[in-house]
Each structure stands twice: as structure tokens, then as C-alpha cells.
Design a protein around this ligand. Structure first.
Ligand SMILES: Nc1ncnc2c1ncn2[C@@H]1O[C@H](COP(=O)(O)OP(=O)(O)O)[C@@H](O)[C@H]1O
Ligand SMILES: [Mg+2]
Length: 398
């Protein structure tokens, strides 16, 4: 598979550690559109590649393939400087679509459908032993309109770079709460327990989802303008669910309170909450999908009475079997962005015990028949490495 990508224009998106480019396989009318996520793995050209964050994300996506809310993956490969993952091209993340200036309308039906779909995909992720750890509006995306099996209203969960296992692979039991050295995920949507450095577990993904939903419901969160993590924490804990959704349907505030009260190892009641959100739309005749409108509004919030459309039957699909649970060790146990001594993207690492893979990562990746190893380096529209660096070469997985 040879991939071309356009790094000359704006990427489709850029987050804390990756850049995602519009890419295609082949040329001409038969070309297949994809998204190419590229993550830098070394601080300096002479360093060995040692922060396999995208490989970690790819391993998680291998385990999770088959759910309608998980993007399909096509190819993975790494060079001495970067890792590359070719995946299904999606359209817009929910932050850009609804919250950014000029954002679009969202109906109450649409919001309830987002809640329902995200609960379903999180249930799938959690059943595979993974917690996402970075649930936010910029990590939820719409599919591309008119594509084969994803309607424009399917919501996808992306960005598994910081995910981790909450299950001990040898015992099959929940890992103990051993704490984390620093905040994991985005401070605007991270749970109160993550602020307090507890290990992430299923409850934290749900609490982050609750903040994301409240953000869409209200159009803003009270702490989004605060600058330090400590200020955000103080503000967040001072707001109850009821106060946050005052004047709006109580279910969203109740959901937040439920998440906050959950115990560390508790299994969330996905079905109960999916039913609550589905019922919110039934008052209008049927469950509905996300209502998208091309009518831009500067102030996001809900417009009631959107036309009900049929919701894709989330949770009813049967998923293909994916590979069994892996575990991987690395000599690097630090994480967080390193100082950036040159103009490249910053390099992130995560703790060794959180990396997913069997002793050799390629075993996980190559076990999944849908995923190819990149046969050649993706061809960028413009060279991005300086002439002092070695030419970039695709490497065998070590
Ligand atoms: N498959 C995709 N198709 C189109 N755009 C994408 C895709 N994946 C990610 N993006 C865009 O790129 C942004 C960053 O991607 P993400 O995987 O979240 O990287 P990071 O880990 O750096 O946050 C997303 O918020 C989204 O806007
Ligand atoms: Mg992201």
C-alpha cells in the first residue's frame, strides 16, 4: 500500500501529540481517501526511536476494530523519525463542529444520540479491558457523509494514544489504584479523581463524557477560561450536576452525579444510561440521530424540536473477534512532552506499564488481517525533514 499525503496545506487536525493529514492510496479517480496520523518518535535525529505512542494507539485500535464507532485502520509503519497510521477518513470533530466560533446547532435529540452512541462505544472499549483516558469533544468525530457504512450521523471515538489497560493481563482482575504522576487527558474534561491523581478507571471515562455532554448542552463550561489546572479543579468541584444543567433536562446533571459517585472498580450501568438518553428522544416519536445543520450559530446550545431521524441500532451489532489481551514492557518509564530542541513536533511518552502489545508489538498488529504494514514511506507533498537529517527510511518493526 503506497500512501500520498498532503503536508503542504493545513492538516485535518492536530492534537497534543499527533498530526492528521488528508491522504490517499493511489492516484486518479480510483484513489481511496484516508487519514494519515503521523507522530514523531524521537527528540533528536540521532536518537533511536523509543516512544512508540502511535504503535500503542494502533494496538488499541486493533483490539477494538468492529464497533461502528471505532475508525477502521488500514496500515501502520514507522521510520527512524515518525510512526504512521493510515485510517478511515472522518469528517469533523465535535469541538470544531459545535463549539468553535461559528459552530453549528445541535438539537436535544442530537445530544441524546451522541450520549447514547458514546456510551455504547465506551462500553465496547471497557469490555476489551481498555480505558480511553482522554474523552473530549475533539476526540469524538462525525463520519464522512455518503460513505459505505457510516452515515454522517455516526459518531466515532478517536485518539487512543493515552489509553491504558485497567485489567491485569495475567490475573484478569482490575488493577489496583496505584496513582498517576500527573493529569492524564484534557483538564477541561478530566474527572475529579484524575485531578487527584487516582489511576484512571471506567468511571473516569464516563465522568469526562458527562463534562463533554454538558459542554454541548450549555455551549460552555464555567472552568474553560481558567488557566491553571488547580483553578480548573477548584471550579469543577464547586459545580454540582444540578447547577451545571440548571434550566436544561436534568438527565445530564444526574449522569454527572452518578459518575462522580462511582467506585474505582465499579462497572458502569451502561444500559440504564443508554435507556435514559434514548427515552429523551422518544417524546418526539422515535429515537433520533444527531441533527446536523448547516446554519452556523456563534452561540452553541440546543435547539429543541429537531426532526427525528432513526438512530442506527447502537449496541445491537455483533463484533468480529479481535486479538487477545497483550502486555509490553519498555525501558522508558517517563511520560509527558519533552522539551523540543528543534522545530519538530513535540515527543510524548507514556509509562511503560501502560503500553499495549505482546512482547513484540508487530505480533499484535500483524495478527489483525485488516491491517497492513506500510510497504513504503508515505509520500508527502513537501519534504519536512531538513537536509542535515538522514533520509527518512521505513524500518522493520523491532
Ligand atoms: N480519521 C480522521 N479523519 C479526519 N480527521 C481526523 C481523524 N483523526 C483525527 N482527526 C483530526 O485530528 C485531530 C487530532 O487527532 P488525534 O488523533 O486526536 O491526535 P492527538 O492525539 O494529537 O490529539 C482530531 O481532533 C481531529 O480533528
Ligand atoms: Mg486528540
Amino acid at each position: 500500500m503506497h500512501i500520498y499525503y498532503d503536508n503542504d496545506s493545513e492538516p485535518l487536525g492536530a492534537g497534543s501529540y499527533g498530526r492528521v493529514y488528508a491522504a490517499r492510496v493511489g492516484n486518479g479517480p480510483g484513489a481511496m481517501n484516508m487519514a494519515l496520523k503521523r507522530v514523531r518518535t524521537v527528540r533528536l535525529p540521532e536518537e533511536p526511536s523509543m516512544h512508540p505512542l502511535l504503535c500503542h494507539e494502533t494496538c488499541a485500535l486493533v483490539l477494538l476494530q468492529g464497533h461502528p464507532g471505532i475508525p477502521r485502520i488500514y496500515a501502520f509503519g514507522s521510520s527512524q523519525y515518525y510512526e504512521y497510521l493510515a485510517m478511515q477518513r472522518l469528517e469533523s470533530d465535535l469541538y470544531s463542529y459545535f463549539v468553535s466560533p461559528g459552530g453549528h446547532q445541535l438539537t436535544l435529540d442530537g445530544l441524546a444520540s451522541i450520549a447514547h452512541q458514546m456510551l455504547d462505544v465506551l462500553e465496547h472499549v471497557h469490555k476489551k479491558g481498555i480505558v480511553h483516558c482522554d474523552i473530549s469533544l475533539s476526540n469524538m468525530m462525525f463520519g464522512q457523509p455518503g460513505t459505505r457504512d457510516s452515515s454522517a450521523t455516526q459518531i466515532y471515538l478517536i485518539d487512543f494514544g493515552f489509553c491504558m489497560s485497567y485489567v491485569n493481563p495475567s490475573t484478569g482482575r482490575h488493577k489496583p489504584d496505584s496513582g498517576i504522576p500527573r493529569l492524564r487527558g484534557h483538564r477541561h474534561t478530566s474527572s475529579l479523581n484524575i485531578h487527584l491523581h487516582h489511576s484512571p478507571s471506567r468511571r473516569d471515562d464516563l465522568e469526562s463524557l458527562a463534562y463533554a455532554l454538558l459542554w454541548l448542552l450549555r455551549g460552555s463550561l464555567p472552568w474553560q477560561i481558567l488557566r491553571t489546572t488547580a483553578e480548573v479543579y477548584q471550579s469543577k468541584r464547586s459545580w454540582s450536576g444540578a447547577a451545571l444543567c440548571h434550566g436544561w433536562p436534568a438527565a445530564f446533571g444526574n449522569f454527572l452525579e452518578y459518575c462522580r459517585a462511582m467506585k474505582y472498580e465499579e462497572t458502569p450501568q451502561y444500559d440504564y444510561w443508554k435507556r435514559i438518553f434514548a427515552d429523551m428522544t422518544r417524546g418526539q416519536g422515535s429515537t433520533s440521530s444527531v441533527q446536523r445543520s448547516d446554519d452556523p450559530r456563534t452561540n452553541v446550545g440546543l435547539v429543541r424540536g429537531g426532526q427525528p431521524v432513526k438512530l442506527s441500532p447502537a449496541g445491537s451489532a455483533s463484533y468480529p473477534r479481535s486479538v487477545s489481551w497483550p502486555c509490553f514492557t519498555s525501558i522508558y518509564d517517563d511520560y509527558g512532552p519533552f522539551n523540543n530542541p528543534c522545530s519538530w513536533e513535540s515527543v510524548w511518552s507514556i509509562p511503560q506499564e501502560d503500553l499495549l502489545a505482546v512482547p513484540r508489538e508487530e505480533d499484535v498488529i500483524l495478527q489483525y488481517p485488516g491491517l497492513q504494514k506500510l510497504a513504503s514511506l508515505p509520500t508527502p507533498a513537501r519534504e519536512f525533514l531538513s537536509s542535515d537529517n538522514d533520509p527518512e527510511v521505513l524500518m522493520e518493526l523491532a
